[in-house]
Ligand binder design. Structure first.
Ligand code: ZN
Length: 283
């Protein structure tokens, strides 16, 4: 079975009277959802005690937890102190994942800026090598999974190929953001086959096990010539990609993927729609 859930605490949570992230696992369980991506986009500010309580509640209600690391991580930067700050953001997110017993930490690998893409790749690879070999053991964070996300703008580092290559080298699992892939490819995902090609690429490079347990981001997205403009929800018409093209593949390939919905302000509502499309095909 695939899991579905929201990115962060949606407006629906607060509208229903929710106050603290501690309550989110039970709230999601009552709605029939089973995944929750905890957002640290603007920095890791959660303390140990809160983190552990969220983890306990998630376990109690069968919610798979992931963490989204701060947006300003840039492993491609040639500037030493910016790079060290980026590594620290990632390490703090991993520390949080350890406290919460989260499955993985999703991160945006970086920005290409004025660099040549090949140099951006080399910098990111060097940074990850140092992080994983030297810093992770120092922080006592061995075994915490980090997951580079496929990005939606040309100026960002993290095309599908770049993410897969990093995962291959460092034995990581990718986060496949279909909205970003759609935006970067100027509306690439139009048919079931278009989605299938992404899955085939993941499987042939990283193996079926990685595909089976894939971490997925999904939402509708608006794009321009340079890629992602903004995320939308299913309520706004005219934006892809279409979840109903992906759903049959999840079943045919027997995936136990986690699908995190990033719809603008309607993460929970749309996660429930995705789930109902999936459940309907499954039964
Ligand atoms: Zn992201």
């Amino acid at each position: 079975m695939c899991r579905f859930g929201p990115a962060g605490n949606s407006p629906a949570f607060y509208k229903s009277g929710g106050k603290s992230s501690l309550e989110v696992p039970q709230w999601l369980y009552n709605l029939g959802l089973s995944a929750y991506e905890y957002q640290c986009g603007r920095g890791v500010k959660t303390g140990e005690e809160t983190a552990k309580l969220i983890g306990i509640n998630a376990e109690k209600y069968g919610i798979a937890l992931s963490i989204h690391a701060p947006y300003y991580i840039n492993l491609c930067t040639p500037e030493k102190d910016k790079l060290q700050k980026s590594k620290n953001h990632l390490l703090k997110s991993m520390q949080l994942a350890k406290w919460m017993k989260a499955d993985l930490v999703v991160f945006h690998p970086g920005s290409v800026g004025s660099l040549d893409r090949k140099d951006a790749f080399k910098n990111a690879a060097r940074a990850l090598e140092d992080l994983l070999i030297n810093e992770v053991p120092k922080w006592g964070l061995d075994g915490i999974k980090i997951s580079p996300e496929t990005m939606g703008r040309k100026s960002q580092f993290g095309s599908l190929d770049e993410v897969i290559e990093l995962c291959k080298i460092f034995n990581l699992v990718p986060t496949i953001d279909f909205a970003h892939i759609h935006a970067l490819g100027q509306g690439l995902l139009k048919t079931k086959d278009d989605f299938n090609r992404i899955f085939e690429k993941v499987e042939s490079n990283l193996g079926y096990d990685v595909l089976k347990n894939l971490h997925i981001h999904f939402s509708q997205i608006e794009f321009t010539a340079s890629g992602e403009k903004r995320h939308w929800s299913m309520r706004e018409e005219g934006f892809g990609p279409d979840f109903s093209l992906l759903a049959p593949l999840l079943i045919e390939k027997d995936l136990e993927a986690t699908i995190i919905c990033e719809s603008a302000d309607r993460q929970v509502e749309d996660a429930l729609v995705y789930k109902s499309i999936y459940d309907h095909l499954k039964n």
